[in-house]
Design a protein around this ligand. Structure first.
Ligand SMILES: [Zn+2]
Length: 359
């Protein structure tokens, strides 16, 4: 007579069942495979960022991958699912910086070496938690092939791919405008910049013709960038400036001559309809500069201070420089008027500093 107890628990006991079988699968190498004559089927996990723990979205996408690899395996394919984690550069750095802030530290106080050490410590902690979570999910990953995006092997692969794409003419290196946080000293993606309307001023400045008989009045919310102007632009259909296109004006303070160009991107109803073009510090101006082959002059550096290109304003904070330049324009009699103006300011989502467009 069979005396074994065949009753099944009323409730599913994941504690007993899942841990036991996952350990069995792993110990017996059931997720491991080597190339052979079977048709291969492989998935590289979209590596989770080491910025914390996994969430519901990971539970879903890893379940889907798990279903696929197990299904293909049953169909006779030679299956491998390669797990790994992603270093998530700036996002991971931000997590560690927030921890440091709680200890009254910063990455600058700590120094590069110690900071990098802290990031690696965090990588170990978060990476381990993620791997543990994936295992608890029961994923059929080949853990003998686990990778990290900053592994030497993966770094070499990235280099190899980029060099190949470059050699095939599919990618190129060029100048590109990005959002820059002068406090975090890092580039921000468009999603990391918060735009809101704020009170500002619109400054109307006269750029005289070389013979000093009149000139063109431009309107700008950022007079400090004028030292980097390389053109004045008007709309091609704007009758007011028909005669001016092709002429030059003298850029006040900087005492350089710059051309007046026509471009359809200029808004006729903004200010006077004539705008200063600062390709190094404005997204639209950068685009316009490419169409007219205008020079790029950087006048604000990464810390938000003025560069050597700003002449005697070098080293000044960008807002201090604004005051000084407006004062100077006033003395020269070139500040036509100042109006209150609602402007859209971009701020860093981490520290709320006004971002700087930077090439
Ligand atoms: Zn910031």
């Amino acid at each position: 007579m069979d005396t074994t107890d065949h009753t099944i628990d009323k409730a599913y006991s994941y504690r007993d069942i899942e841990r036991k079988w996952y350990a069995y699968w792993k110990e017996n190498g059931l997720f491991h495979s080597e190339p052979d004559r079977r048709t291969p089927y492989s998935i590289v996990i979209p590596p989770p960022n080491i910025t914390g723990a996994l969430h519901m979205g990971h539970a879903l996408n890893n379940t889907l991958q798990d279903i696929l690899v197990r299904y293909k395996k049953m169909q006779g394919f030679n299956v491998v699912w390669i797990p790994g984690t992603d270093h998530a550069g700036i996002a991971a750095q931000n997590v560690v910086e927030r921890q440091l802030a709680q200890e009254g530290l910063s990455r600058f106080k700590l120094g590069r070496e110690k900071f990098v050490e802290r990031v690696w410590e965090w990588k170990k902690k978060s990476g381990d938690a993620i791997v543990h979570q994936l295992m608890r999910l029961g994923v059929a990953c080949d853990w003998t092939r686990q990778r990290f995006t900053m592994d030497e092997g993966l770094s070499a692969a990235v280099k190899e791919v980029f060099v190949r794409l470059y050699n095939e003419g599919l990618i190129y290196r060029g100048e590109y405008m990005i959002n820059w946080c002068p406090r975090c000293l890092t580039a921000l993606s468009d999603l990391e910049v918060e735009h809101r309307d704020e009170d500002g001023k619109l400054y109307f400045i006269l750029y005289p013709y070389p013979d000093l008989k009149g000139g063109i009045t431009v309107a700008t919310t950022r007079p400090e960038t004028m030292l980097g102007d390389t053109a004045v632009a008007v709309h091609p259909d704007d009758q007011r400036y028909r005669e001016a296109i092709g002429k030059t004006v003298v850029l006040p303070i900087a005492d350089r001559q710059i051309p007046i160009v026509s471009d359809p991107a200029v808004k006729v109803d903004f200010g006077t309809g004539a705008v200063k073009i600062t390709p190094s510090h404005d997204f639209n101006d950068f685009e316009i500069s490419k169409r007219h082959s205008l020079a790029l002059i950087q006048v604000i550096e990464r810390s938000g201070r003025m560069t050597a290109g700003a002449g005697k304003y070098q080293g000044m904070d960008r807002y201090r420089a604004r005051e000084a330049i407006v004062e100077r324009l006033q003395k020269l009699g070139l500040l036509v008027r100042v109006e209150d103006y609602r402007l859209s300011a971009g701020r860093c989502y981490r520290c709320s500093t006004v971002t700087e467009p930077m090439v």
